[in-house]
Design a protein. Structure first.
Ligand code: B1M
Length: 209
């Protein structure tokens, strides 16, 4: 019987050797790969998100937890069959045009991936056209990050571009970043705002429920 509790603890503690050892052991015992992900790794990462949201964990703890999760996922991935692990949704995430900050955006991407979303990371300085392309390629959620007051309006411009392309109604747009607020979210007609990476997961889950 796979030790899912210890697997969760290994992810929460960012213990890469232990996370990979337990994952390999579970695979060798014949545990379903999807159970390893759903009952061992993802619940661990969700706890990390909660702790980050509550200021019990800081950026370094989240990064090492994500490293443990990724190491274990790399062992499981080759055994996951098509349809084994349907993603909650496909999220195209990027920092908006003109903005090169990516530390917060990467944390959000990691938390979403850890929670079972498929993430298309478009990087930094992402033009509205690139987000449109990602939606055409299958993304149903567009996640926009901005760290500068001068680039924050590009969140609104990206939403306008999605509307002009006739794609806005088919996607959820979520936004965040240091200067971004719920008031700005309401003003530009985005679907959801969250102040940090941990609460982004809860917010998006509620939005697509
Ligand atoms: Co820049 N920078 N920077 N910078 N930088 C800030 C943002 C600034 C506040 C510093 C300051 O003046 N006090 C200031 C902005 C002022 C303003 O606009 N009001 C600033 C400036 C001015 C600049 C330059 C213009 C400086 C210059 O060249 N004159 C320049 C701009 C370059 C550009 O983007 N075009 C610049 C450059 C840089 C570096 C390249 C040197 C570097 C970025 C490196 C990198 O990201 N790879 C950098 C850094 C590191 C910072 C600070 C110090 C830290 C940002 C950070 O990573 N925070 C920052 C000052 C500060 O915040 N103390 C500053 C940690 C990160 C975990 O938090 O990104 O807020 P954050 O993400 C959080 C939440 O915001 C939220 O979740 C995350 C985790 O909880 N979140 C989302 C973020 N995206 C989200 C998306 C969501 C939901 C939540 O949904 C989709």
């Amino acid at each position: 019987m796979a030790d899912f509790n210890s697997m969760q603890e290994a992810v929460i503690g960012g213990n890469l050797p232990e996370a990979t050892r337990l994952t390999q052991e579970a695979l060798d015992e014949g545990t379903a790969p999807s159970a390893i992900v759903n009952d061992g790794l993802i619940p661990g990462m969700l706890v990390v998100g909660e702790k980050f949201k509550n200021n019990e964990f800081y950026v370094p703890e989240v990064l090492i937890a994500a490293r443990a999760m990724k190491g274990a996922m790399a062992l499981v991935k080759p055994f996951l069959k098509e349809g084994d692990m349907p993603a909650l949704a496909t999220v195209a995430i990027g920092t908006v045009q003109g903005d090169l900050h990516d530390i917060g955006k990467n944390l959000v991407a990691m938390m979403l991936e850890g929670a079972g979303f498929k993430v298309m990371d478009l990087g930094v300085d992402v033009s509205p056209e690139k987000f449109i392309e990602a939606v055409s390629d299958g993304a149903s959620v567009v996640a926009l990050s901005a760290l500068l007051t001068t680039t924050m309006p590009n969140i609104g411009r990206t939403i306008e571009a999605l509307k002009e392309a006739g794609l806005k109604d088919g996607v959820k747009v979520i936004i965040g970043g240091a200067p971004v607020t719920q008031a700005y979210c309401d003003e530009i007609g985005a679907d959801g705002y969250s102040p940090d990476a941990g609460s982004c997961v809860d917010m998006l889950k509620a939005l697509i429920a």
